[in-house]
Design a protein around this ligand. Structure first.
Ligand code: SAM
Length: 293
């Protein structure tokens, strides 16, 4: 099958069965949030638990992690060299032991380009066993090209958004665990910029990544096990124009107020060594600290 035959479709089925049938090196990038294996019967106080229409969100943790390793390795195979995958997950605890996404990500073929903190600005589980967990993680995974593990530089207008992303959770969506549209818009726009390509979300749920891809003029592939969520995603895709304004709000955050050249011309801080008067020197040669506003 050619790239065109897979494009702009949601494939119904189990993620691994579907991924195993897709060709090598043909997708530009992806964004996803898998089920977190959180335990449907351990209720949070004040917060409803996630319950999917098809399948369970609690299996043996070892089986869960091995499955995630297989899924991530299949995604590595189908994504082009030099391509990226944004994997949203979170820290969990099982009987007091922390389960960290890096426990299994490090066992995959991916190179971890960055760990991004998603500040959801609201606690997911309001209990006092720990400080309220307001954050999730987004792993920017990178498929090296010709043994180059560093990859291309981001444009400043994207890189300036920093490694802490602040978006509130999505409220207007009947899916039990959607992410906000800004999250895939930021991921895709930062990596693809003005290039056009094929974007995958292999646990596409209500289709948030697919909407982002469509608004940004890319082709997409979704995979989802639940017919109910596929119907929801297709309905959203039909009415994608209704969501354009939310995507543009995110796109408008990608700006550089002043370039390095403009700062330098005005004698403003450029980030390189700072101005002499702002420096505290340990010795004549050794720069210990500089401050800036
Ligand atoms: C966290 S949700 C993704 C939500 C999505 N990001 C959105 O904004 O709507 C995970 C999705 O994975 C789907 N899923 C669970 N197990 C699956 C499997 N084995 N194969 C494919 N999809 C699966 C669930 O039905 C659910 O919709």
């Amino acid at each position: 099958m050619s790239q065109k035959e897979y494009s702009n479709k949601i494939i119904e089925g189990d993620i691994l069965n579907v991924l195993q049938k897709l060709p090598d090196d043909f997708v530009d990038m992806g964004v996803t949030s898998p089920p977190y294996n959180k335990g449907e019967n351990k209720k949070g106080w004040l917060v409803a638990n996630v319950k999917y229409s098809n399948g369970t969100d609690k299996i043996d943790e070892k089986i869960y992690q091995n499955n995630q390793i297989s899924v991530l390795n299949e995604l590595f195979r189908i994504i082009k060299p030099g391509g990226s995958f944004f994997y949203n997950h979170k820290l969990r605890w099982e009987r007091g032991t922390m389960l960290h996404p890096m426990d299994w990500i490090r066992q995959t073929k991916w190179s971890v380009r960055q760990e991004i903190i998603w500040d959801r600005m609201i606690a997911g589980n309001i209990r006092g066993w720990r400080f309220w967990q307001v954050e999730e993680r987004i792993y920017w995974l990178y498929k090296p090209y010709n043994e180059n593990f560093i990859g291309e530089e981001l444009k400043s207008k994207h890189a300036l958004l920093s490694s802490i992303w602040r978006f509130s959770p999505e409220q207007n969506n009947s899916h039990p665990a959607p992410f906000p549209l800004a999250l895939p818009v930021r991921s895709i726009y930062s990596i693809m910029d003005e290039k056009r390509g094929l974007i995958i979300d292999p646990y596409c749920g209500s289709g948030t990544t697919l909407i982002a891809a469509k608004i940004l003029n890319h082709n997409f592939i979704g995979i989802e096990i639940s017919k109910e969520y596929i119907n929801l995603a297709n309905q959203r895709l039909k009415n994608y124009k209704d969501e354009e304004k939310y995507a543009y709000e995110e796109i408008n955050r990608h700006i550089v107020k002043k370039t390095f050249k403009e700062r330098k011309a005005n004698g403003e801080f450029t980030g390189k060594y700072g101005k002499k008067k702002d420096m505290i020197r340990k010795s004549n040669e050794e720069l210990e600290l500089f401050t800036y506003d």
